[in-house]
Structures are given as C-alpha cells and as structure tokens.
Design a protein around this ligand. Structure first.
Ligand SMILES: [Zn+2]
Length: 281
C-alpha cells in the first residue's frame, strides 16, 4: 500500500517538474523571459516548499538536477549544498508564504510591458477579451524605492524577504486580489493557482501591453478621425467584461497550454528530459 502511494507521489512530482521545465521554455519562446526572469511552482506534495531552476537562463533548463527546492518560510535551499540560485527568489517565496492558494509565480521584464513600469500615470488595463484577468481599473504598481535603507545597493532587485513581502502585500490581504503587479523601473510579477493559469497570464500580459501601446500610438499619430480618435486611443474592458472574460479565459486555458508544450518540444533549442517525447526517443 505504502509503495503504491509512493509511486503515485513520484508520478505527481515528476509531472510537476516536467511542466515546470516546459513552462521555462514556453515563457522564453513567447518573449516573457529572456536570459532573465523566472518561474516557480509550489511543491505539489509539500506546500512548505517551492521549486525553481538554479542560476541559468530559463531556455537552458533541461532536467530535474537544474531545479532547486526552497523552504517557503525563508527561501533558503532545502539542500544546503544546492548550487547557486536566483537572488530574486524572494519574490516567489514571499508570495507562496502570503497566499496558500498561489501555486505558481512568474517574474518578467518583458519589453512590451516596460512602458507601463517606467512611465508615470499611464496604467496598464485589460484592452481585449484574452486579458480579462488584468481587470479594468489599471494594474497596480509596486515601487521598491521607499523601502531602501541607508547604504543598501539600490539595484531594484527583490533580493531579500523584506522586499519580497512588500511586493506580495501589493497583491492583496487574505487572498490575492491582483493577478499581476507591475514593478516600477523593473518589470512585473504574475501569480496563478496553477502553472497553466500563471503561464497564460504571463503571455497575455505581454500581448495586452503591446496592443495597448499600439492603440495609444495610433491615437497620437492623428491617423484616426471623428470622436473615436479622441482620448487614450483604446477602451478598456468594463468591470463586467473583465469579470466575464476572465471566467471565459480560465475555462479554456488547457487548449493553448497543449499547443505551447508541443511547440517547445519540437524546437531544438529546448530540451526537457522529463517530456514524453524525450522519453520515447
Ligand atoms: Zn527582476
């Protein structure tokens, strides 16, 4: 009996690690991460741990030995001899600590989102039906600047639990009220109840930002005429539309995920030693 449980637990963990390796590749292929940026999952069998790759570009992750297990409590590695990890793992650890319902975290500096973290007073909003999760009010912006103490290196990195906890607080109190938080002069962070939801949100945050920027530049170019050409150049989803689109998106996440996994499995840059096609080879 114990053996059966153990082998099914092994399978659950293997599947989670396989998906985490794929998520690293998918986020790279879709321009959400480059050599920087990271994705983590909560351990599927032990909620006091989370898992993310060590100090390497996400596209290069290929095997479970590239992954490091951390304590949620303080983001220290489970194995004291683990290789070097990301200095910004505190983003992940503090979000897992604050919200028991969060099981995947993604951090990105995607260039399409940068205008909304470096400009003042231009909020990122859901501008079309694929990004209802962004909401209609404008995505919140976390600013690390006021947190710096005398003598600290002001490199904008969320590289300790104090900064990570402050970022996590921006997502909400008891439950995450935000799906995405922008980080001033830095990038953004996404949460999800599972890896499919978080990856979907990471990709469509980037696409939504690009669409909003293009709409605003068309408006500014004066190419349009009539009343519709006035104002910001776009109409964000209404609150009701954002809620409706978000529910619709969550019902259909599985379809793009299967495509995204297949894409990266077929591209020679990416290697996933746990993927089914790799095991068949
Ligand atoms: Zn960063």
């Amino acid at each position: 009996m114990a053996t059966t449980t153990s082998s099914s637990d092994d399978q659950i963990l293997t599947n989670a690690l396989r998906d985490l390796i794929s998520a690293n590749h998918i986020l790279h292929h879709h321009g959400v991460v480059d050599a920087y940026g990271h994705v983590s999952i909560r351990h599927p069998l032990d909620p006091t741990m989370y898992i993310m790759c060590g100090y390497m570009a996400p596209a290069m992750v290929s095997s479970p030995t590239d992954l490091i297990h951390y304590h949620v409590s303080d983001s220290s590695p489970i194995d004291p001899h683990a290789p070097k990890g990301y200095s910004e793992r505190f983003i992940h650890g503090e979000l897992f600590k604050r919200f028991g319902s969060v099981n995947c975290v993604i951090h990105s500096h995607a260039e399409e989102v940068l205008p909304y973290v470096v400009s003042m007073g231009v909020p990122l909003k859901a501008v079309y039906h694929m990004s209802g999760f962004l909401g209609s009010k404008g995505v919140k912006v976390f600013d690390i600047a006021p947190l710096y103490r005398q003598g600290e290196q002001q490199d904008m990195l969320v590289n300790n639990s104090r900064f990570g906890a402050a970022l996590a607080e921006k997502f909400g109190a008891e439950q995450p009220e935000e799906t995405v938080v922008l980080m001033r002069r830095h990038g953004f962070t996404v949460v999800g109840r599972d890896i499919v939801t978080a990856v979907y949100r990471g990709i469509y945050t980037r696409i939504n930002a690009e669409a909003q920027t293009k709409a605003m530049s068309i408006a500014r170019s004066g190419m349009g005429d009539g009343e519709e050409a006035q104002g910001e150049g776009f109409q964000a989803l209404t609150p009701e539309q954002a809620v409706g689109c978000s529910a619709m998106n969550e019902a259909f996440h599985d379809k793009p995920w299967r495509l995204w996994v297949r894409e990266v499995e077929r591209l020679p840059l990416y290697e996933n030693q746990l993927s089914e096609s790799s095991n068949r080879a």
